[in-house]
Write a protein that binds this ligand. Structure first.
Ligand code: 2PG
Ligand code: MG
Length: 431
């Protein structure tokens, strides 16, 4: 059977979950079928990320329009991809990379590229008549991922409150996907009750987590444990905590950090977070140091319990060369995978593959600016990463992904549940 080829690639702007324009790409196949995909967008972006192209010179949308990226899709990208086999995702992504021909994807724009890459993937899966996750997985060991669910946010995701960006709950002892989300919902509901009892705000941040109720990160960690207990679950046995410190955004011009109002050295940051690891059931720490503080990261890696997941987001930016450097220097044992930090789905999957080869874990992640599009859920399943970070169990741009996971889990030929990712073993020392 001959597969339909690409007849046209087009794009236009739509609005994301923060009301900011983003790129929606459409792929039209030779049999007339149309598939679309939308690009996500970060707030706490790293300098080493691929470039999101915005119309900074234009007054429209306050200089945040995406007309340039949209035109790149309609003109150059359309010209390059028309006629190609829609089922060959790697060749399509390679064509995008070659066409852009820059290190930082600044010519076409990573937002243009990721929207087209995802729209091609969706078109390819529909042409083959297989689910998107299966189309993307190829030979990879697809799994239903353990979610890291946002509970409290601060800093760039919810101004005011604590300076660390996110406190998340990880329902690692859940026996399946549905239970993991049911537990997360119970903890979220329990946290809301705790906040109401204290007459604290229940307004939510960009990812649906509650705006942090205290300027003290430790107090928020303690409250997260209370919320777990309030949901009749056991901290450190059923559910762990994860942190996205997002320390890049605490760095001062002299290289020091400001955490919860206190100026700190890298050593102080490591000491403070190591104390939290002793005091709270933390299974995963993301970006405890800044994006270029390699020595600080090395110190964190040698100080923290090696069983705790140490995740590079701004440090690694889903870039293979930075992953190799971190592995060689022993700076992190896990990588956060965000497709728009690099540009295409194939490159993002390749980073996950390489992490696996290096004995590192990976977590497939959404951005703080998201859309109703759910391709991320399929990417997470296909990658075999075993973990996904999408935000909280509130706000439909987050639920679109969780509900997609539930549909896949309940569908025919569901991939296996990833399970606890080894997190249960971290707390065996306490027994
Ligand atoms: C992060 C992400 C998602 P943003 O830092 O991990 O939480 O945030 O998309 O703002 O970079
Ligand atoms: Mg992060």
């Amino acid at each position: 059977m001959t597969m339909p080829h690409i007849a046209e690639v087009s794009a236009d702007w739509v609005l994301d979950s923060r009301g900011v324009p983003t790129v929606e790409a459409t792929v039209v196949l030779s049999d007339g079928r149309r598939s679309f995909a939308q690009a996500p967008s970060g707030a706490s972006t790293g300098v080493h990320e691929s470039l999101e192209r915005r119309d900074h010179q234009s007054p429209r949308f306050g200089g945040r329009g995406v007309e340039g990226a949209v035109c790149a899709v309609r003109d150059e990208i359309n010209g390059a991809l028309v006629g190609m086999d829609v089922t060959d995702q790697e060749a399509l992504d390679e064509a995008l990379v070659v066409l852009d021909a820059t290190e930082d994807r600044s010519r076409l724009g990573a937002n243009a590229m990721v929207a087209v890459s995802a729209a091609c993937a969706r078109a390819g899966s529909e042409a083959r008549g297989v689910p998107l996750w299966r189309h993307l997985a190829g030979e990879r060991p697809a799994t239903l991922p353990l979610p890291m669910v946002n509970l409290f946010s601060g800093n760039l995701h919810a101004r005011g409150g604590m300076t660390i960006q996110d406190i998340l709950v990880v329902p690692f002892n859940a026996p399946d996907q549905a239970t993991s989300l049911e537990w997360a919902e119970g903890i979220y509901r329990s946290a809301r009750l705790l906040l109401e009892k204290r007459s604290a705000s229940t307004l939510v941040g960009d990812e649906g987590g509650f705006g942090a109720p205290s300027a003290s990160s430790a107090a928020c960690l303690a409250l997260a444990c209370e919320a777990i207990v309030g949901a009749d679950l056991r901290p450190g046995v059923d559910v762990g905590l994860a942190l996205d410190v997002a320390a890049t955004h605490m760095v001062q011009s002299d290289g020091s950090y400001v955490l919860d109002g206190t100026t700190m050295s890298s050593q102080d940051m490591v000491t403070t977070i190591a104390r939290w690891l002793e005091d709270y059931p933390i299974v995963s720490v993301e970006d405890p140091l800044g994006e270029d503080d390699w020595d600080g990261w090395r110190l964190a890696a040698t100080t923290f319990d090696a069983r705790v997941q140490l995740v590079g987001d701004d440090l690694l930016c889903t870039h293979l060369d930075r992953l190799e450097r971190a592995a060689a220097a022993g700076c992190a044992n896990a990588v956060l995978i965000k497709a728009n930090q690099i540009g295409t789905l194939s490159e993002a999957l390749a980073v996950g593959d390489r992490a696996r080869d290096l004995g590192m874990r990976s977590v497939v992640s959404a951005r703080s600016g998201e859309t109703e599009d759910d391709w991320l859920a399929d990417l997470a399943i296909a990658s075999g990463a075993g973990q996904i970070k999408v935000g909280s169990v509130a706000r439909s741009e987050r639920l679109a992904k969780y509900n997609r996971l539930l549909r896949v889990a309940r569908g025919p030929d569901a991939p296996p549940w990833a399970g606890d990712n080894g997190f249960g073993a971290i707390f065996e020392r306490a027994e």
